[in-house]
Design a protein around this ligand. Sequence first.
Ligand SMILES: NC(=O)c1ccc[n+]([C@@H]2O[C@H](COP(=O)([O-])OP(=O)(O)OC[C@H]3O[C@@H](n4cnc5c(N)ncnc54)[C@H](OP(=O)(O)O)[C@@H]3O)[C@@H](O)[C@H]2O)c1
Length: 353
Amino acid sequence: MTYRVIQWATGGVGKAAIEAVLDHPQLELVGCWVHSEAKHGMDVGEIIGTGPMGVVATSNKADILALDADCVVYTPLFPNEQEVIDLLSSGKSVVTSVGWVYPFDALDTQPLDAACKTGNSALHGTGIHPGGMTERFPLTLSALTRGITHVRIDEYSDIRTYGAPDVVRDMMLFGHTPEAARQSPMVKFMGTGFMQSIDMVAHELGFKLDADKRTIHDISVATAAIDSPIGIIEPGQVAGQKFTWEGLVNGEAVISASVCWLMGEEHLEEGWGFGPEGPRYEIAIQGDPDMSMTVHGCHPASVEAGLLRNEGVVVTALHCVSAIPYVCAAGPGIKSYLDLPLISGRAAPHFQE
Ligand SMILES: NC(=O)c1ccc[n+]([C@@H]2O[C@H](COP(=O)([O-])OP(=O)(O)OC[C@H]3O[C@@H](n4cnc5c(N)ncnc54)[C@H](OP(=O)(O)O)[C@@H]3O)[C@@H](O)[C@H]2O)c1
């Protein structure tokens, strides 16, 4: 069976998702929504830098809603619940990197549930962190141990490889004062997603979490000038940030998810760096026996390579696209990993002929 797919937004994740759809034996790209007026009317092949493919991008939401399609890969800069409701109600399932990984405890899901029923469609939130490393992979690993007392998921990334200088400077507040960075909107914005992942892990493992979770925001300043893609980071300005979200039982952390972003490793305060393993994801479960897993492959080999093609962005898109056949077959409703069968990738096209 071939599923008809629409791509919603063509930023880094969106463009990588289009490539992945084109490569997937069960998927066909039939439409594309773009935010920017400049891309309206362009062939999608032009947007991703290949030859024309006969699918034309539109910034008109009504055009997209009217299309006959099975699934939308929804990857805009900001989530818009009404857009998702409209897509679901129009009969299209939605797979997304912008939220709803496990919304059941934190959000009123009734409007989304109703839209799924109306459209006989499904909503699946996924990605990498949150949306993969944070809950799907630790839960899989957890089956190999018992008596679990703590789950930890850490990301270590070189933020110089993230090709969105405006976001790095103006939203993440690198290169600003520590006082300014403490007001970073990222803490709340990202926390919304990570708290849902913590809820999923707690729910499945059986931890009865305290009502309040803990957020910790650590900052390192540059100890000497750092030349970075967003300009010179002067001594005393923010050059490293670690955000940690914790699920607690009686005030004790039982699930910790963190993101540690560094402007390289030079000229940071003592104790800040990637260590010998370099940029990576780490999953560690305390139980009997302790289990741990380090994941490489989601980080570019160099700053220059990352600015051209960032694997972290690519794998986020792939996790969305790989889920499409399973989500389309899942029946109506909000579907987390707990509701779906094992999601896998596919062999290269030349092995499938
Ligand atoms: N869960 C995860 O692990 C994970 C990982 C990476 C990213 N993400 C999320 O995935 C989303 C996409 O990331 P990205 O790296 O592709 O971002 P991006 O490169 O900045 O692209 C986002 C796209 O959204 C559209 N856009 C721009 N301004 C917009 C606005 N005001 N409202 C709606 N859409 C707008 C544009 O589409 P057009 O160019 O088509 O006009 C833009 O290219 C973000 O929300 C990001 O936070 C999640």
